[in-house]
Design a protein around this ligand. Structure first.
Ligand code: SF4
Length: 368
């Protein structure tokens, strides 16, 4: 099987998008953000391409202007905002990264990495040789979000790139510096990988492939949906594009009433809580536990909640073979604990999961 880092990453974000892209091979036009990213990457390739006289900032900006594509923008104002943002990014990048200061050994390097029967391919933006003879891998990011150092230390893409470079230069005996350069912030975040992390990355790749082979492709709404080119095919969005309703049911009317009732429900809940507080305060002040209205009365009953000493209860119930009947796992707490566990432990817990029942719930949100 042939695949790429970006395909695996897509599968992890939304498996249905992976299917549209890699199995159904549905072509979509590139988003404006993707076009902008490609242009910036090409300009940085030009900037660092080893040549006797490195380009000046004027050469770089001229190159950028020549690549510019006006057609994809709806209006001049939007185009100018993006164009000037690109100029700002390149000027700030050039100030901090004069090309003559770097020993670039490869740009947009293609790689193929064999892991068991899988060939994983990808493109590394830049590989530099540092003064101490070690290598640095640099990948440029044009997105807005700046991740934490912990995210970088666990970044899947960088781990794969580390594997690709070690595979190409197996005699490298120094750790590879792995960097993501966030162009909009002008910040480069770097990290290293241990042999254990690399072994784990290999296992993660094999596990993702295993999941892909199972063929369960589920739409997974995520922050990137707004830029997804498959909204017309996706069950999470396709209704938005539907022109005519064939069904007898007028779903817009149904939705409107549902929304109104839910809003009313929310308001009622808030008011009920306020009234409960007033009733309790009245009873406290009068030192009574029952209060009468016109044909109705409300009674207060003391409620008590207890917690148990788990060890003591276990000591009594376990010898009676009753312990398993009372323990249950709190899935919310388990989810919190999982985030701090190793990949192997997480996987073992995942394998211990059993589907008890399946149902669909409705969640109501207002469109932005
Ligand atoms: S729109 Fe969102 S949920 Fe639908 S396929 Fe694209 S990424 Fe997945």
């Amino acid at each position: 099987m042939r695949t790429s880092y970006s395909a695996l990453n897509t599968f992890q974000t939304c498996s249905l998008k992976y299917k549209f892209q890699n199995i159904d091979k549905i072509k979509t036009p590139k988003s404006k953000e993707a076009v902008f990213g490609t242009i910036i990457h090409s300009v940085l390739k030009f900037l660092h391409n080893p040549q006797p006289i490195p380009p000046t900032i004027e050469d770089v900006l001229e190159y950028y202007n020549n690549l510019w594509n006006s057609e994809i923008y709806e209006d001049k104002q939007e185009e100018m905002a993006v164009l000037s943002n690109g100029i700002k990014i390149l000027q700030s990048y050039y100030e901090k990264n004069n090309p003559k200061n770097f020993n670039v050994i490869d740009l947009e390097t293609r790689f193929n990495l064999d892991i068991e029967d899988i060939t994983l391919s990808g493109i590394i933006d830049r590989i530099d040789k540092l003064e101490d003879g070690s290598f640095e891998i640099i990948d440029y990011k044009t997105g807005k979000k700046l991740p934490s150092q912990q995210d970088i230390d666990n970044d899947f893409q960088l781990s794969i790139y580390n594997m690709a470079v070690t595979n190409r230069w197996p005699k490298l005996n120094q750790p590879i510096k792995l960097s993501l350069y966030y162009l909009k912030h002008g910040i480069k975040l770097s990290s290293l990988r241990t042999p254990e992390q690399i072994a784990q990355t290999k296992q993660i790749i094999l596990d993702i492939i295993e999941e892909i082979k199972k063929g369960n492709f589920i739409p997974t709404p995520n922050p990137l949906c707004d830029w997804c080119g498959y909204q017309k095919e996706c069950p999470m969005f396709q209704h938005k594009f539907k022109k005519e309703e064939k069904e007898d049911i007028d779903i817009k009317v149904v939705l409107k009433e549902y929304y109104e009732l839910k809003s009313e429900d929310k308001k009622n809940k808030q008011r009920v809580a306020e009234l409960q507080k007033m009733i309790n305060e009245y009873c406290d002040a009068e030192n009574i536990e029952r209060v009468f209205g016109d044909g109705i009365y409300i009674t207060r009953t003391a409620q008590q909640r207890f917690s148990y000493d788990i060890i003591k209860v276990k000591n009594v119930l376990e010898p009676l073979n009753k312990w398993n009947e009372v323990i249950s796992i709190d899935s919310v707490k388990l989810k919190n604990v999982l985030s701090g566990l190793s990949y192997e432990d997480k996987k073992e817990i995942e394998n211990a999961k059993e589907l008890k029942k399946e149902f669909k719930s409705l969640s109501l949100k207002e469109e932005k």
